[in-house]
Write a protein that binds this ligand. Structure first.
Ligand SMILES: [Zn+2]
Length: 441
């Protein structure tokens, strides 16, 4: 019943967010794309003419590094580990596990309620690997913190079930139960009730005159936010020297500057997504939830935020090494000013990661692959996706984990990083190594 409902919701999302288009995209190395030309009316990207499992070998050699690993990366003391999980089933969902160099475990989003078992298994597998790698021994089923980027089902609806399976020793960090006009009601009710039963876990980064009650039927108005203080999470999310997660924008506010009125449709909640910079030494990864950029008539919050990236997060003209491309690779995110600021076209290699589940029909969008992969922007880097969903686009330069995971780990304390697509069965599909763009600067 739930699955059928979610599939229907996914199809509606797909219809609402996508227009069939097709374009040829050059590979990062400039080679011509060999896509077939689909018949008119065919959805964007049903072709599979390119072979993403064997991209050109690249920076491993010219960086003078060790060969890329052929076994799945696992957490290592002193290094940052990030895995964008492939969540199975038809329910929409996105989640990532971060292990800090100090052994702290942070979840970024928790998928849907049908994904709680998957997350629990992934957490325990991560803890097994950490114990084998020599971290201070950890118990199964215990993590440090959870970050919920926004109140939509595919990111937050799994919280209540997960908290029955997993113990959080730190906090569950979210934007707050304010500005509720665009939240997913059942997700809001279940996560709000789960945290009301565990008040010591909750860390809301925004506040207002009145907080929305958990029972959405009793709402009167939208319970406006008056201010946000993302910096209060910094100490909690520190991984020690030169490493941590810095949440620096949310609810349409960056550096104290509000975007302005946001819509009350589903895009309005995406527009309120948290944005965070994850660092280890020279390495930088940017997370932005489903932050909107203007595509499909969404509010262009990415472009509003872009000029503040330096003052709010210390992001300079070199941008970041890896960008989590927002909203599951859909064209509502990854706007030109956002991509230009974070993945500048300066001849250096960078990468993008997308979290796509089977229900994210049409993801990734052609427009997103084009902006990421055209004109050699990523140089020897790639766009990595956990999955190409039904009718999702493919291109030379896109690496598909086929429902598995995209795994990243820094090397030499962040001077370099390895990134892999790992199949559901645990086989490494593709592995690459890159120097961090700030290394040696
Ligand atoms: Zn989403």
């Amino acid at each position: 019943m739930r699955r059928a409902y979610l599939l229907a919701a996914a199809m509606l999302l797909a219809v609402a967010c996508s227009r069939p288009t097709k374009s040829s995209l050059p590979s990062p190395s400039g080679a011509a794309d060999a896509n077939n030309d689909p018949s008119p009316g065919q959805s964007d990207g049903a072709d599979a003419s390119t072979d993403p499992s064997s991209p050109g070998q690249s920076d491993a050699a010219d960086a003078g590094a060790d060969p890329t690993p052929s076994v799945p990366l696992s957490p290592l003391p002193g290094e940052l580990y990030y895995v964008q999980l492939g969540l199975s089933g038809l329910a929409l969902g996105e989640a990532a596990i971060i292990v800090g160099p100090d052994g702290k475990i942070v979840l970024v989003d928790v998928g849907n309620d049908s994904h709680a078992d998957d997350l629990h298994a992934a957490i325990d597998a991560t803890i097994d690997a950490m114990n084998a790698a020599g971290f201070v021994p950890r118990q199964h089923g215990v993590i440090d913190d959870i970050i919920l980027t926004h109140h939509h089902a595919d990111h937050t609806n799994g919280l209540a079930q997960l908290l029955e399976l997993v113990q959080v020793s730190g906090r569950v960090i979210h934007r707050g139960y304010y500005d509720v006009g665009a939240v997913d009601a059942s997700t809001f009710e279940s996560s709000c009730a789960a945290l009301a039963a565990r008040p010591s876990l909750e860390l809301a980064l925004c506040s207002g005159a009145a907080r929305a009650p958990c029972a959405t039927g009793s709402w009167q108005g939208t319970y406006p936010v008056t201010s946000c203080s993302p910096e209060v999470a910094d100490a909690l999310l520190s991984f020690g020297a030169e490493a941590g997660i810095h949440i620096f924008a949310l609810n349409g506010i960056i550096d104290g500057q509000p975007y302005g009125t946001l819509p009350t449709d589903t895009h309005g909640e995406n527009a309120r997504s948290m944005v965070a910079l994850v660092r280890r030494g020279d390495f930088r990864l940017l997370l932005g939830g489903d932050l909107t950029g203007g595509g499909s008539s969404t509010p262009p919050v990415e472009g509003f935020f872009a000029p503040y990236l330096g003052s709010a997060a210390g992001i300079d003209i070199l941008g970041v090494d890896v960008l989590h491309a927002g909203h599951h690779g859909r064209k509502t995110s990854s706007s030109q000013p956002w991509i230009d600021a974070l993945l500048p076209r300066d001849g250096r290699s960078r990468n993008a990661i997308m979290g796509v589940s089977e229900g994210h029909v049409n993801s990734p969008h052609d427009e997103v692959l084009e902006i990421l992969l055209s004109a050699s922007r990523l140089r020897e880097g790639f766009a990595w996706t956990t999955l190409v969903a039904l009718f999702g686009s493919r291109s030379a330069g896109l690496i598909d984990a086929e429902g598995g995971s995209v795994v990243l780990r820094t090397h030499l304390a962040g001077k370099m990083y390895d990134i892999q697509a790992v199949s559901r069965g645990g086989a490494v599909i593709t592995a690459q190594r890159y120097p961090s763009v700030h290394a040696g600067q």
